[in-house]
Design a protein around this ligand. Structure first.
Ligand SMILES: C[S@@+](CC[C@H](N)C(=O)[O-])C[C@H]1O[C@@H](n2cnc3c(N)ncnc32)[C@H](O)[C@@H]1O
Length: 277
C-alpha cells in the first residue's frame, strides 16, 4: 500500500479547509478538481509529517507563513520550454504571420509557472522579427514562481531537452546562443524579457486587464472543475480581440463549454482556436 493511501480526507473536512483558506487568505480553491486537490493535500501532509487533518487545519488557521508553502503545494508548477513543440511550430508558421499584420501585438500567458513558456514565445517573436512590437504578459497565481520569470534563470540540466524541443518547433539557430551558462544554470538573455510584463494574477478572482491578440493558458484548466473552466474561458473571451487566438494544453478543450460556439479550431489539430464571433 502506498503511503498516500493511508490518509483519507473526508469531503466535509476538505470543504472546511477550503473555506478557511478562502476566508483567511482570499484564495478560492473551491472549484478546483477535487481528485487532484485531494492528492495534493495528502502529499502536503506527508511532506510536512502532519499526524492528522486537524493539525493541518490548525497550521492553516494560525500560521500565516505556512500559507505561502501551501500555495506552492496546491499548485502544480511543472513546465518546460517549447512544451508540445508541434504546437509552437504551428504558432511560428501559421499564427505569427497573422499577428505580424497588427501594428502592435499583445500576448497573455496565463498560469505560466516559472516562465519557460513566455521565454519560448519571446524567442519565436524575436526570430520572426516581431519582438520589438510585442508585449508578453506573463502571469501566475503563485508569487514564488513569478520571481523566476524576472530572473530568467533555468536549470542547465533541462537545456538538452529544451534544445531538442526548440528544433522540433522549427528553430534553426543554435539554442545555446540564447543563454549564458554558469555552473548549473542557464541565464537567458535580458533582451528576451525587455518586452515582458510579469505579474501575479488569479484566474479565479482577478479580472481581465487588457485586450490581447493571443492568449495561451496551457495545462491550467485541467485542474479546474467544469464551472470554473467556463468562468475562466469567459474571462479569456472578454480579453481576446475579435479574430484573436486562444491556445490551451494538449488535454484541454473548449468543446461543450459556454464559449465553444464563438471559436473555430485550427485545422492542424493542435489546441489552437480562433475567435470568429
Ligand atoms: C502545470 S503549470 C502549467 C505551466 C505552463 N502553462 C505550461 O503549460 O507548461 C499550471 C500553472 O497554473 C497556475 N495556476 C493554478 N491556479 C491558478 C489560478 N487560479 N490563476 C492563475 N494561475 C494558476 C499554477 O501556479 C501553475 O504554475
Amino acid at each position: 500500500m502506498k503511503e498516500t493511501e493511508l490518509i483519507t480526507i473526508r469531503d466535509e473536512d476538505l470543504n472546511l479547509l477550503l473555506t478557511e483558506i478562502f476566508q483567511r487568505y482570499g484564495y478560492d480553491f473551491t472549484n478546483y478538481a477535487r481528485a487532484s486537490l485531494r492528492r495534493r493535500i495528502t502529499r502536503l501532509m506527508l511532506i510536512d509529517r502532519l499526524p492528522s487533518f486537524a493539525e493541518l487545519f490548525y497550521r492553516v488557521r494560525n500560521d500565516e507563513n505556512y500559507f505561502t508553502h501551501i500555495i506552492q503545494q496546491l499548485t502544480v508548477n511543472v513546465t518546460e520550454m517549447f512544451r508540445d513543440p508541434q504546437m509552437f511550430k504551428v504558432l511560428r508558421e501559421e499564427v505569427l504571420p497573422v499577428l505580424a499584420t497588427h501594428p502592435f501585438i499583445r500576448i497573455w500567458h496565463a498560469g505560466c509557472s516559472t516562465g519557460e513558456e513566455a521565454y519560448s514565445m519571446a524567442i519565436l517573436l524575436e526570430e520572426a522579427n516581431l519582438l520589438h512590437k510585442s508585449l508578453i504578459y506573463a502571469t501566475d497565481i503563485n508569487p514564488h514562481v513569478i520571481e523566476n520569470i524576472q530572473r530568467g534563470i533555468f536549470s542547465m540540466n533541462h537545456m538538452k531537452i529544451y534544445s531538442e524541443n526548440y528544433i522540433l518547433a522549427g528553430g534553426r539557430r543554435e539554442f545555446s546562443s540564447y543563454y549564458t551558462a554558469k555552473y548549473d544554470w542557464a541565464k537567458f538573455d535580458d533582451r528576451l524579457k525587455t518586452r515582458m510584463i510579469v505579474a501575479t494574477h488569479n484566474l479565479v478572482s482577478d479580472r481581465s486587464f487588457n485586450e490581447f491578440q493571443l492568449i495561451c493558458c496551457r495545462n491550467v484548466l485541467i485542474y479546474f472543475d467544469k464551472d470554473l473552466q467556463d468562468k475562466v474561458l469567459t474571462l479569456f473571451d472578454d480579453s481576446l480581440d475579435k479574430l484573436g487566438f486562444l491556445v490551451l494544453g494538449s488535454k484541454e478543450n473548449i468543446r461543450f463549454t459556454k464559449v465553444a460556439s464563438k471559436y473555430r479550431q485550427m485545422e492542424n489539430r493542435e489546441k489552437i482556436w480562433r475567435k470568429v464571433k
